[in-house]
Design a protein around this ligand. Structure first.
Ligand SMILES: Nc1ncnc2c1ncn2[C@@H]1O[C@H](COP(=O)(O)OP(=O)(O)O)[C@@H](O)[C@H]1O
Ligand SMILES: [Mg+2]
Length: 326
């Protein structure tokens, strides 16, 4: 197969941590061609999506004494070619958030790929439908008590009723802009004004789940099936559990309640073409559905001895075979 990955500039990726690299590496080991591009290198010409692509060859990372070690350099790039994305068997959209105008426009360009010819993971319309914070709200049995608003009065009422809450900007990732907010906070007005840009942008305010101290679990879903999980613990100096804020990772199991949450999501994710997804669960509550560039595969593979990337690429292979049989 020929696979294209839309990623951030490759020199910015960490081969020992980034799931995009894990997926590309699995594809290479399984004998496929890997091409990379960036969201700002996409075009529409005569009604079809094209991209400046470079073929990439990776030097796979190695597990040494329980740590991933990468070669330096860890990739080699070919010359650039301008190719139709329909010349690929699958395209992985893996640019990191924020989902800003540039991101959204890239998804509109990806709409000009015929899904019968080339599988786009995740579906561009699915990515647009699924704001990573807001998407969870429809699963009312799975989420903690939550409001989304730019209205200071409403936010104040909610915070006073709940005591301790977490405020989240709707478009960020990796713990950015996440604030602990409790009733009586002397900075309450300023926090809400800054976060909502003076009432112009809504934010999410959610009951604080004390179970966050025991971890924020990342569960990776492939075609709506959980295939692996990872627990993230906060560093002593921060309440946030994100890896990017110094959190540490630990091996974990998926509980019956978490399987049940996955079942609640399954049909909707399939409808929206959200094939490769990472959900966050704290104390048995769904807090986030990551659809842009969910990560965790390198850490799960290291802790569990799995190769989740292989499962993803084999699923794409199977999908292609089924399509040809039709
Ligand atoms: N309801 C909550 N209760 C307690 N902590 C939370 C809650 N929601 C988020 N957090 C903390 O904030 C971190 C980031 O939250 P999340 O919603 O996953 O956003 P993102 O990872 O995109 O920044 C979590 O790892 C967790 O530590
Ligand atoms: Mg998260």
């Amino acid at each position: 197969m020929k696979l294209a990955f839309i990623i951030d500039p490759i020199h910015q990726l960490d081969p020992c941590h980034d799931t995009s690299v894990a997926l590309m590496e699995a594809a290479q080991i399984l004998g496929h061609e890997i091409w990379i591009t960036q969201s700002n290198w996409l075009s529409v010409v005569e009604g079809k999506a094209w991209a400046i692509l470079q073929q990439v060859e990776l030097d796979p990372i190695q597990l040494v004494d329980g740590r991933w070690i990468a070669a330096n350099p860890w990739y080699q790039l070919s010359q650039r070619s301008f190719l139709s994305l329909e010349s690929m068997d699958a395209v992985f959209m893996r640019t990191d958030p924020p989902v800003n105008d540039a991101y959204l426009y890239a998804t509109y360009i990806l709409d000009y790929i015929d899904q019968n010819k080339t599988l786009v993971i995740n579906s561009p319309s699915g990515i647009r439908a699924a704001n990573e914070k807001m998407y969870a709200l429809q699963f009312t049995n799975a989420i903690p008590e939550t409001i989304v608003s730019a209205d200071k009065q409403l936010i104040r009422q909610f915070v006073e009723a709940k005591g301790a809450t977490v405020l989240k900007p709707l478009g960020n990732k990796a713990g950015e802009g996440i604030l602990f907010l409790q009733s009586g906070d002397r900075n309450f007005n300023s926090i809400v004004e800054l976060s909502t840009y003076q009432g112009r942008l809504p934010v999410m305010v959610q009951t604080y789940l004390p179970e966050a101290k025991e971890g924020d679990k990342r569960i990776i879903l492939l075609n709506s099936e959980p295939i692996g999980a990872l627990n993230r613990l906060s560093s002593g100096s921060d309440f946030r559990n994100n890896m990017a804020t110094g959190g540490t990772v630990a091996q974990t199991e998926i509980t019956p309640r978490e399987y049940e949450i996955c079942t609640q999501l399954a049909e909707k994710l399939r409808q929206d073409g959200l094939i490769f997804v990472g959900i966050d669960v704290i104390g048995g509550y769904l807090t986030e559905v990551n659809v842009t560039s969910p990560t965790g595969v390198r850490e799960i593979d290291r802790l569990d001895g799995t190769r989740l990337g292989n499962q993803v690429i084999q699923w794409v292979e199977q999908n292609l075979t089924n399509k040809k049989l039709k």
